[in-house]
Design a protein around this ligand. Structure first.
Ligand code: PEP
Ligand code: MN
Length: 375
Protein backbone atom coordinates (compact mmCIF):
# COMPACT_ATOMS: atom_id res chain seq x y z
CA UNK A 1 0.00 0.00 0.00
CA UNK A 2 1.24 3.48 -0.87
CA UNK A 3 1.52 6.26 1.70
CA UNK A 4 -0.98 9.06 1.46
CA UNK A 5 1.35 12.07 1.45
CA UNK A 6 0.66 15.40 -0.20
CA UNK A 7 4.01 16.32 -1.73
CA UNK A 8 5.31 19.06 -4.01
CA UNK A 9 8.17 18.14 -6.33
CA UNK A 10 11.70 18.99 -5.26
CA UNK A 11 12.28 21.57 -8.01
CA UNK A 12 9.48 23.75 -6.60
CA UNK A 13 11.60 24.55 -3.55
CA UNK A 14 15.26 23.99 -4.33
CA UNK A 15 17.44 24.51 -7.40
CA UNK A 16 17.79 21.08 -8.93
CA UNK A 17 19.32 22.12 -12.25
CA UNK A 18 22.83 21.20 -11.17
CA UNK A 19 23.16 17.49 -11.00
CA UNK A 20 23.36 15.93 -8.55
CA UNK A 21 21.53 18.17 -6.07
CA UNK A 22 23.96 18.88 -3.21
CA UNK A 23 23.25 20.56 0.12
CA UNK A 24 26.54 21.22 1.90
CA UNK A 25 28.00 23.06 4.83
CA UNK A 26 29.62 22.50 8.18
CA UNK A 27 28.30 20.03 10.73
CA UNK A 28 28.18 23.00 13.14
CA UNK A 29 28.36 26.73 12.77
CA UNK A 30 31.36 27.48 15.02
CA UNK A 31 32.38 31.08 14.35
CA UNK A 32 31.15 33.74 11.97
CA UNK A 33 34.39 33.54 9.98
CA UNK A 34 34.33 29.75 9.71
CA UNK A 35 30.73 29.71 8.48
CA UNK A 36 30.94 32.64 6.06
CA UNK A 37 34.31 31.59 4.61
CA UNK A 38 33.09 27.99 4.13
CA UNK A 39 29.93 29.30 2.45
CA UNK A 40 31.96 31.41 -0.01
CA UNK A 41 34.19 28.49 -0.99
CA UNK A 42 31.16 26.23 -1.39
CA UNK A 43 29.36 28.82 -3.52
CA UNK A 44 32.47 29.18 -5.70
CA UNK A 45 32.39 25.46 -6.57
CA UNK A 46 29.14 26.19 -8.41
CA UNK A 47 27.78 22.81 -7.42
CA UNK A 48 25.83 23.58 -4.27
CA UNK A 49 22.09 24.23 -4.06
CA UNK A 50 21.87 25.11 -0.36
CA UNK A 51 24.06 25.79 2.66
CA UNK A 52 23.57 23.63 5.75
CA UNK A 53 24.81 24.35 9.28
CA UNK A 54 23.95 22.96 12.70
CA UNK A 55 23.07 25.76 15.12
CA UNK A 56 21.60 23.61 17.89
CA UNK A 57 23.44 20.30 18.12
CA UNK A 58 21.78 17.31 19.74
CA UNK A 59 24.77 15.58 21.32
CA UNK A 60 24.75 12.06 22.62
CA UNK A 61 26.77 13.01 25.74
CA UNK A 62 26.47 16.21 27.80
CA UNK A 63 29.52 18.43 27.90
CA UNK A 64 30.21 18.20 24.19
CA UNK A 65 29.74 21.28 22.02
CA UNK A 66 25.99 21.74 21.89
CA UNK A 67 25.83 24.30 19.13
CA UNK A 68 26.50 28.00 18.99
CA UNK A 69 22.78 28.82 19.34
CA UNK A 70 20.73 31.69 17.99
CA UNK A 71 23.70 33.93 17.17
CA UNK A 72 24.57 31.43 14.43
CA UNK A 73 21.34 32.39 12.66
CA UNK A 74 22.74 35.88 12.16
CA UNK A 75 25.89 34.39 10.61
CA UNK A 76 23.73 32.27 8.31
CA UNK A 77 21.85 35.41 7.25
CA UNK A 78 25.16 37.01 6.32
CA UNK A 79 26.37 33.90 4.48
CA UNK A 80 23.14 33.87 2.48
CA UNK A 81 23.29 37.59 1.71
CA UNK A 82 26.88 37.31 0.47
CA UNK A 83 26.63 34.05 -1.49
CA UNK A 84 22.99 33.87 -2.52
CA UNK A 85 22.80 30.31 -1.18
CA UNK A 86 19.55 29.35 0.58
CA UNK A 87 20.14 28.11 4.12
CA UNK A 88 19.14 24.96 6.03
CA UNK A 89 19.25 24.23 9.76
CA UNK A 90 18.20 21.44 12.10
CA UNK A 91 15.29 22.18 14.45
CA UNK A 92 14.40 20.08 17.47
CA UNK A 93 11.90 22.22 19.41
CA UNK A 94 9.08 24.68 18.72
CA UNK A 95 11.41 27.46 19.85
CA UNK A 96 14.04 26.46 17.26
CA UNK A 97 11.35 26.56 14.57
CA UNK A 98 10.18 29.99 15.69
CA UNK A 99 13.72 31.43 15.75
CA UNK A 100 14.75 29.86 12.45
CA UNK A 101 11.64 31.21 10.73
CA UNK A 102 12.19 34.66 12.19
CA UNK A 103 15.79 34.62 10.92
CA UNK A 104 14.63 33.78 7.39
CA UNK A 105 16.12 30.27 7.21
CA UNK A 106 14.93 28.69 3.94
CA UNK A 107 14.85 24.97 4.76
CA UNK A 108 14.46 23.13 8.07
CA UNK A 109 15.38 19.58 8.89
CA UNK A 110 14.46 17.22 11.69
CA UNK A 111 17.47 15.30 13.03
CA UNK A 112 17.77 11.58 13.62
CA UNK A 113 17.56 11.97 17.40
CA UNK A 114 14.29 13.91 17.07
CA UNK A 115 12.63 11.60 14.53
CA UNK A 116 12.75 8.79 17.11
CA UNK A 117 10.40 10.74 19.39
CA UNK A 118 6.79 11.34 18.26
CA UNK A 119 6.31 13.98 20.99
CA UNK A 120 9.24 16.00 19.63
CA UNK A 121 8.12 15.57 16.04
CA UNK A 122 4.58 16.62 16.93
CA UNK A 123 5.86 19.69 18.74
CA UNK A 124 7.82 20.67 15.63
CA UNK A 125 4.82 19.90 13.40
CA UNK A 126 2.51 22.05 15.54
CA UNK A 127 4.96 24.94 15.38
CA UNK A 128 4.96 24.62 11.57
CA UNK A 129 1.18 24.74 11.10
CA UNK A 130 0.25 27.46 8.63
CA UNK A 131 3.87 28.02 7.54
CA UNK A 132 5.10 27.42 3.99
CA UNK A 133 8.65 26.14 4.35
CA UNK A 134 10.45 23.05 3.08
CA UNK A 135 11.19 20.41 5.74
CA UNK A 136 13.49 17.42 5.46
CA UNK A 137 13.10 14.52 7.87
CA UNK A 138 16.12 12.40 8.68
CA UNK A 139 15.61 8.72 9.37
CA UNK A 140 15.44 7.81 13.07
CA UNK A 141 18.62 6.60 14.81
CA UNK A 142 17.20 3.08 15.05
CA UNK A 143 16.23 1.03 12.02
CA UNK A 144 12.47 1.57 12.27
CA UNK A 145 10.73 2.50 9.03
CA UNK A 146 7.42 3.23 10.81
CA UNK A 147 9.00 5.92 12.99
CA UNK A 148 10.43 7.59 9.89
CA UNK A 149 7.08 7.40 8.09
CA UNK A 150 5.26 8.61 11.21
CA UNK A 151 7.45 11.70 11.41
CA UNK A 152 6.91 12.48 7.72
CA UNK A 153 3.16 12.07 8.18
CA UNK A 154 3.07 14.35 11.22
CA UNK A 155 4.92 17.11 9.37
CA UNK A 156 2.80 16.59 6.25
CA UNK A 157 -0.43 16.63 8.30
CA UNK A 158 0.63 20.04 9.65
CA UNK A 159 0.35 21.30 6.06
CA UNK A 160 4.01 21.05 4.99
CA UNK A 161 4.01 19.82 1.39
CA UNK A 162 7.59 20.79 0.52
CA UNK A 163 8.80 17.65 2.17
CA UNK A 164 11.81 15.36 1.72
CA UNK A 165 13.36 12.43 3.57
CA UNK A 166 17.06 12.21 4.41
CA UNK A 167 18.69 8.80 4.63
CA UNK A 168 21.59 9.06 7.15
CA UNK A 169 21.95 5.43 8.15
CA UNK A 170 21.05 3.56 11.35
CA UNK A 171 22.66 2.63 14.63
CA UNK A 172 23.71 -0.98 14.81
CA UNK A 173 25.55 -3.20 17.25
CA UNK A 174 27.34 -4.84 14.41
CA UNK A 175 30.82 -3.45 13.87
CA UNK A 176 31.34 -2.23 10.35
CA UNK A 177 33.26 0.29 8.30
CA UNK A 178 30.40 2.75 8.66
CA UNK A 179 29.43 5.06 11.50
CA UNK A 180 25.78 4.36 10.74
CA UNK A 181 24.78 1.27 8.80
CA UNK A 182 23.15 2.38 5.53
CA UNK A 183 20.57 -0.43 5.57
CA UNK A 184 19.67 0.56 2.01
CA UNK A 185 16.63 -1.70 2.03
CA UNK A 186 14.87 0.60 4.54
CA UNK A 187 15.40 3.63 2.29
CA UNK A 188 14.25 1.59 -0.70
CA UNK A 189 11.15 0.51 1.23
CA UNK A 190 10.31 4.18 1.92
CA UNK A 191 10.85 5.05 -1.75
CA UNK A 192 8.57 2.20 -2.76
CA UNK A 193 5.83 3.33 -0.37
CA UNK A 194 6.12 7.00 -1.35
CA UNK A 195 7.62 7.26 -4.85
CA UNK A 196 6.83 10.99 -5.06
CA UNK A 197 8.71 11.79 -1.82
CA UNK A 198 12.19 13.18 -2.58
CA UNK A 199 14.89 11.09 -0.92
CA UNK A 200 18.22 12.71 -0.11
CA UNK A 201 21.24 10.76 1.06
CA UNK A 202 23.60 11.92 3.81
CA UNK A 203 26.84 10.07 3.07
CA UNK A 204 28.69 12.02 5.79
CA UNK A 205 26.74 10.57 8.71
CA UNK A 206 26.60 7.12 7.14
CA UNK A 207 30.37 7.06 6.56
CA UNK A 208 31.64 8.82 9.66
CA UNK A 209 34.84 9.01 7.66
CA UNK A 210 35.58 11.27 4.71
CA UNK A 211 37.18 8.51 2.65
CA UNK A 212 33.89 6.68 2.20
CA UNK A 213 31.77 9.68 1.15
CA UNK A 214 32.32 9.23 -2.60
CA UNK A 215 31.48 5.55 -2.46
CA UNK A 216 28.25 6.07 -0.51
CA UNK A 217 27.24 9.05 -2.67
CA UNK A 218 27.62 6.98 -5.84
CA UNK A 219 25.60 4.14 -4.39
CA UNK A 220 22.83 6.57 -3.38
CA UNK A 221 22.68 8.04 -6.87
CA UNK A 222 22.65 4.57 -8.40
CA UNK A 223 19.60 3.84 -6.23
CA UNK A 224 17.98 6.91 -7.81
CA UNK A 225 18.08 9.11 -4.72
CA UNK A 226 17.49 12.74 -5.67
CA UNK A 227 20.27 14.47 -3.81
CA UNK A 228 23.07 14.49 -1.27
CA UNK A 229 23.67 16.33 1.99
CA UNK A 230 27.40 16.47 2.65
CA UNK A 231 29.24 18.08 5.55
CA UNK A 232 31.93 20.52 4.49
CA UNK A 233 34.23 22.65 6.65
CA UNK A 234 36.90 25.14 5.67
CA UNK A 235 39.39 23.19 7.81
CA UNK A 236 38.00 19.80 8.89
CA UNK A 237 41.06 19.02 11.02
CA UNK A 238 39.97 21.62 13.57
CA UNK A 239 36.18 21.10 13.34
CA UNK A 240 34.41 21.16 16.69
CA UNK A 241 32.06 18.33 15.71
CA UNK A 242 32.26 15.39 13.30
CA UNK A 243 35.83 16.31 12.28
CA UNK A 244 36.62 12.93 10.70
CA UNK A 245 33.75 13.04 8.24
CA UNK A 246 33.95 16.63 7.03
CA UNK A 247 35.64 17.61 3.77
CA UNK A 248 36.96 20.93 2.50
CA UNK A 249 34.87 22.64 -0.19
CA UNK A 250 37.58 21.74 -2.73
CA UNK A 251 37.48 18.06 -1.72
CA UNK A 252 33.70 18.18 -1.95
CA UNK A 253 33.88 19.51 -5.52
CA UNK A 254 36.30 16.69 -6.35
CA UNK A 255 33.95 14.06 -4.92
CA UNK A 256 31.06 15.47 -6.96
CA UNK A 257 33.18 15.58 -10.13
CA UNK A 258 33.88 11.87 -9.81
CA UNK A 259 30.25 10.83 -9.44
CA UNK A 260 28.73 9.05 -12.41
CA UNK A 261 25.21 10.24 -13.16
CA UNK A 262 23.07 7.41 -14.43
CA UNK A 263 19.52 7.88 -15.60
CA UNK A 264 16.62 5.80 -14.30
CA UNK A 265 15.37 5.40 -17.87
CA UNK A 266 16.51 5.77 -21.45
CA UNK A 267 14.78 6.47 -24.76
CA UNK A 268 17.24 4.27 -26.62
CA UNK A 269 15.05 1.52 -28.10
CA UNK A 270 17.88 -1.01 -28.44
CA UNK A 271 18.84 -0.59 -24.78
CA UNK A 272 15.19 -0.85 -23.70
CA UNK A 273 14.68 -4.01 -25.81
CA UNK A 274 17.73 -5.68 -24.30
CA UNK A 275 16.60 -4.69 -20.79
CA UNK A 276 13.10 -6.03 -21.44
CA UNK A 277 14.55 -9.33 -22.61
CA UNK A 278 16.74 -9.68 -19.54
CA UNK A 279 13.85 -8.73 -17.27
CA UNK A 280 11.74 -11.44 -18.87
CA UNK A 281 14.44 -13.94 -17.99
CA UNK A 282 14.44 -12.67 -14.40
CA UNK A 283 10.64 -12.95 -14.24
CA UNK A 284 10.80 -16.56 -15.38
CA UNK A 285 13.46 -17.44 -12.84
CA UNK A 286 11.51 -15.72 -10.06
CA UNK A 287 8.43 -17.76 -10.95
CA UNK A 288 10.51 -20.93 -10.81
CA UNK A 289 12.04 -19.90 -7.49
CA UNK A 290 8.59 -19.36 -5.96
CA UNK A 291 7.38 -22.68 -7.34
CA UNK A 292 10.40 -24.50 -5.94
CA UNK A 293 10.06 -22.82 -2.56
CA UNK A 294 6.40 -23.90 -2.42
CA UNK A 295 7.45 -27.47 -3.25
CA UNK A 296 10.10 -27.33 -0.53
CA UNK A 297 7.48 -26.19 2.00
CA UNK A 298 5.15 -29.03 1.02
CA UNK A 299 7.92 -31.52 1.73
CA UNK A 300 8.69 -29.74 5.00
CA UNK A 301 4.98 -30.17 5.91
CA UNK A 302 5.22 -33.89 5.14
CA UNK A 303 8.28 -34.15 7.35
CA UNK A 304 6.34 -32.27 10.05
CA UNK A 305 3.53 -34.82 9.94
CA UNK A 306 6.00 -37.66 9.97
CA UNK A 307 7.88 -36.23 12.95
CA UNK A 308 4.60 -35.78 14.78
CA UNK A 309 3.50 -39.38 14.12
CA UNK A 310 6.86 -40.62 15.36
CA UNK A 311 7.32 -38.22 18.28
CA UNK A 312 10.47 -36.60 16.95
CA UNK A 313 11.40 -32.99 17.78
CA UNK A 314 11.04 -30.43 15.02
CA UNK A 315 14.58 -29.13 15.28
CA UNK A 316 17.61 -31.35 14.92
CA UNK A 317 20.59 -29.07 15.19
CA UNK A 318 22.99 -31.52 13.57
CA UNK A 319 20.86 -31.76 10.45
CA UNK A 320 20.54 -27.99 10.24
CA UNK A 321 24.31 -27.45 10.59
CA UNK A 322 24.87 -29.96 7.84
CA UNK A 323 22.42 -28.15 5.54
CA UNK A 324 24.06 -24.77 6.12
CA UNK A 325 27.54 -26.20 5.63
CA UNK A 326 26.76 -28.07 2.42
CA UNK A 327 24.62 -25.37 0.83
CA UNK A 328 27.00 -22.50 1.57
CA UNK A 329 29.90 -24.48 0.09
CA UNK A 330 27.88 -25.22 -2.99
CA UNK A 331 26.67 -21.60 -3.22
CA UNK A 332 30.23 -20.34 -2.86
CA UNK A 333 31.29 -22.49 -5.77
CA UNK A 334 28.51 -20.80 -7.77
CA UNK A 335 29.83 -17.37 -6.73
CA UNK A 336 27.09 -16.53 -4.24
CA UNK A 337 28.17 -14.68 -1.10
CA UNK A 338 28.17 -16.73 2.10
CA UNK A 339 26.32 -14.08 4.07
CA UNK A 340 23.57 -13.98 1.46
CA UNK A 341 23.25 -17.77 1.34
CA UNK A 342 23.10 -18.00 5.12
CA UNK A 343 20.38 -15.34 5.27
CA UNK A 344 18.37 -17.12 2.57
CA UNK A 345 18.67 -20.50 4.28
CA UNK A 346 17.77 -18.93 7.60
CA UNK A 347 14.58 -17.53 6.09
CA UNK A 348 13.61 -20.83 4.49
CA UNK A 349 14.40 -22.74 7.65
CA UNK A 350 12.42 -20.47 9.94
CA UNK A 351 9.38 -20.70 7.65
CA UNK A 352 9.68 -24.52 7.59
CA UNK A 353 9.93 -24.57 11.39
CA UNK A 354 6.88 -22.41 11.88
CA UNK A 355 4.86 -24.58 9.48
CA UNK A 356 6.02 -27.73 11.26
CA UNK A 357 5.21 -26.16 14.63
CA UNK A 358 1.70 -25.44 13.38
CA UNK A 359 1.35 -29.06 12.21
CA UNK A 360 2.62 -30.44 15.54
CA UNK A 361 0.14 -28.37 17.51
CA UNK A 362 -2.74 -28.42 15.10
CA UNK A 363 -4.33 -31.65 16.22
CA UNK A 364 -3.67 -31.11 19.91
CA UNK A 365 -5.29 -27.69 19.70
CA UNK A 366 -8.10 -29.21 17.63
CA UNK A 367 -8.63 -32.02 20.13
CA UNK A 368 -8.59 -29.57 23.04
CA UNK A 369 -11.18 -27.43 21.29
CA UNK A 370 -13.29 -30.48 20.56
CA UNK A 371 -13.15 -31.60 24.18
CA UNK A 372 -14.36 -28.17 25.23
CA UNK A 373 -17.31 -28.23 22.86
CA UNK A 374 -18.28 -31.72 24.17
CA UNK A 375 -18.40 -30.60 27.79
C1 PEP B 1 23.84 16.63 11.53
O1 PEP B 1 23.30 16.68 10.42
O2 PEP B 1 24.86 17.28 11.84
C2 PEP B 1 23.30 15.68 12.52
C3 PEP B 1 23.32 15.92 13.82
O3 PEP B 1 22.89 14.57 11.93
P1 PEP B 1 21.98 13.33 12.44
O4 PEP B 1 20.71 13.92 12.97
O5 PEP B 1 21.81 12.57 11.18
O6 PEP B 1 22.80 12.59 13.46
MN1 MN C 1 27.24 16.18 11.85
Amino acid sequence: MKLNLNIQPLHTWIKTGKEPLVIAGPCSAETEDQLVATAHLLAQTGRISALRAGIWKPRTRPGEFEGIGSIGLEWLKRAKAETGLPTAVEVATAKHVEEALKAGVDILWVGARSTVNPFTVQEIADALRGVDIPVMVKNPVNPDLSLWIGALERINNAGITKLAAIHRGFSSYEKSAFRNEPMWDIAIALKTLAPELPLINDPSHISGNRDLIGYISQKALDLDMQGLMIESHIDPSVAWTDAKQQVTPAALADIIDHLALRKPETRDAAVNDKLAELRQQIDKIDDLLIQKIAERMQIADKIGNYKKDNNITILQVGRWDEIVQKRTNYAKALKLGTEFTEKLLELLHSESISRQTAIMNQNEAGQAAEKLTHV
